[in-house]
Design a protein around this ligand. Structure first.
Ligand code: AMP
Length: 270
């Protein structure tokens, strides 16, 4: 496993590599990340995993500061998986060049997390643009856990580069809670509440069929869940999974949630 610390290391190492799979991460690796890496290893000749906690995508400084960091353990996991390259860039090596054109979301995309985390996806797209430009991977592996991120990055990257975005299923614990690096920030009772909420939403989604007034129903459900699990739901919305428009049809729909448990913000979709 080659550890690459800057763009010179990267260019030298990737010079002769073809069919490269790329897994971008912010570290604190878990089985969700591992599933992406395994998929890349299956589909690609070589796999590169990046670990970069991108300051630009944090709309809240405190959130950036308290984001979990576990570099030593991450490197052990990656070594065990026999990953070919690990890219650990500094902020400077990613952002040393100024953008020519500022990244702006379309009005129709300012929904779900984009509505509540101002500048977040602009930061995600910026870093993905820069990483794709230097790494030039054939395929980029991303998780459906962050569905809106996958949707926006795919639209941007596949228009500009030859790289393809490969979407990967959400990995959950046995009790169905989606794996997330942010789970490390939860206390035991908070984890249990997150697990119960997940169960509740999975069975709620199964029971939904033809609904007349979905907005009203989701509002009632939101209030019920807030009280039941002592959480603060930012949004609970049913949207079409192809275009992310609001829908009241179950076919091709996903139920999206973002919520605060104490001060930790979690997202999921079902
Ligand atoms: P992060 O390190 O949180 O930025 O995530 C890096 C990549 O892993 C993103 O493409 C995420 O969507 C993906 N990912 C995170 N959690 C999961 C999960 N539970 N299942 C599948 N993919 C995930």
């Amino acid at each position: 496993m080659k550890i690459l610390l800057n763009n010179d290391d990267l260019n030298e190492a990737l010079n002769t590599v073809s069919n490269l799979g790329f897994v971008p991460t912010m570290g604190s690796l878990h089985k969700g990340h591992i599933s992406l890496i395994k998929k890349s290893k299956k589909k690609s000749k070589k796999t590169l995993v990046s670990i970069f906690i991108n300051p630009k995508q944090f709309n809240n400084k405190k959130d950036f500061q308290k984001y979990p960091r576990n570099k030593k353990k991450d490197l052990q996991i990656l070594k065990k998986l026999n990953v070919d390259f690990v890219y650990l860039p500094s902020k400077k090596s990613i952002y040393h060049l100024k953008r020519k054109k500022k990244i702006k979301l379309n009005k129709k995309d300012k929904i779900l997390c984009a509505k509540f985390r101002k500048g977040h996806f602009e930061g995600v797209i910026d870093v993905m643009d820069r990483l794709t430009n230097i790494i030039k991977p054939n395929n980029i592996f991303m998780g459906e856990k962050d569905f809106q991120q996958l949707f926006l990055v795919k639209n941007f990257i596949e228009k500009k580069y030859k790289s393809k975005i490969i979407s990967c299923k959400t990995i959950r614990k046995n009790n169905k809670l989606a794996l997330s690096s942010r789970n490390l920030l939860l206390k035991k009772d908070e984890l249990i509440r997150a697990e119960k909420l997940t169960h509740n939403l999975i069975s709620f989604k199964k029971k939904l069929n033809k609904i007349k007034d979905i907005t009203k129903l989701l509002n009632i459900k939101k209030n019920e869940l807030n009280k039941l699990y002592n959480i603060d739901i930012e949004y609970l919305e049913l949207r079409n999974m192809i275009n992310l428009k609001k829908t009241n049809k179950i076919k091709y729909s996903k139920l999206f949630i973002a919520y605060y448990l104490n001060k930790v913000r979690l997202i999921d979709n079902f």
